[in-house]
Design a protein around this ligand. Structure first.
Ligand SMILES: [Zn+2]
Length: 249
């Protein structure tokens, strides 16, 4: 059954343009609250989607350790079950494991019970893989796509939804320089941090939703380029937990 047939009257009368905005825009709150910025211009939250990826996640972890950087990994549940040691490793290094659904489903096309099931199964997969009792507290919808019933599913599981302030599009990078250039807005804003009240949430990918062992070497190279430069600008690399905690840096 098409889940939109049972959408709330408010949503159905909202119009296609507004629905598209609410479902896709990284700062739209119409389908439930989302976090799109950190609470300080000095805090940069680096977030990785679609892992863990055994072919390259270990290299991202080593790079982050070199710069004493903590980050957030929004994991696909079935990959977490396939690679539990990687989940344990990233948690042991101080990073946050977040929920990115069990199978990377399009939640705009998924009905209420299927939506809840995808989120719950991913919670279980990450908890089982990590060996920690506490399930994830943070959630990122695949492709950033949301629906009118996502907000209640997210809050029922004690989750908070996270979007981003910068999505450079690393999955379509044909070389590292393209991706380095696309990530420049973070440094530009970092140079004028005193004029801002919020900081960036960067969304990049250590894996791919459609295959395991995806090649993310351009992403790794661009991050290796920017980390020392961001550090020189005074940016702190924080988890999404730290990105919203008080006091702000
Ligand atoms: Zn994804």
């Amino acid at each position: 059954m098409n889940p939109w047939l049972i959408a709330t009257p408010t949503v159905l009368t909202a119009g296609a343009g507004l629905i598209a905005y609410a479902a896709r825009h990284p700062r739209a709150q119409l389908f439930g609250p989302v976090v799109s910025y950190t609470n300080s211009p000095r805090k940069l939250a680096i977030t990785f989607d679609d892992g863990p990826n055994p072919s390259i996640t270990p290299q991202f972890l080593d790079l982050l350790t070199r710069y004493n950087a903590r980050a957030t990994f929004f994991l696909i549940g079935r990959y977490a079950r396939e690679c539990p040691s990687l989940v344990r490793e990233l948690v042991a290094r101080g990073h946050v494991a977040g929920n990115h659904t069990q199978t990377h489903v399009n939640l705009f096309r998924t009905g209420p019970s299927h939506t809840r099931d995808e989120l719950r199964r991913c919670q279980d997969s990450i908890a089982a893989a990590s060996g920690i009792a506490a399930p994830p507290k943070w959630f990122r919808p695949p492709w950033g796509l949301r629906s009118p019933w996502l907000g209640s599913a997210v809050s029922e599981l004690g989750l908070r939804a996270v979007m981003w302030s910068l999505l450079p599009g690393d999955w379509r990078a044909s070389n590292e320089q393209w991706l380095i250039d696309r990530s420049a807005p973070i440094a530009e804003r970092g140079q004028h941090a005193a004029a801002n009240s919020t900081g960036d949430i960067l969304c990049i990918h250590d894996g791919s939703h459609d295959r395991q062992n995806a090649d993310r070497t351009h992403t790794l190279a661009a991050l290796a380029y920017w980390l020392p430069r961001w550090r020189d600008l005074g940016l702190e690399f924080v988890t999404i937990e730290e990105a919203v905690s008080t006091p702000a840096l």
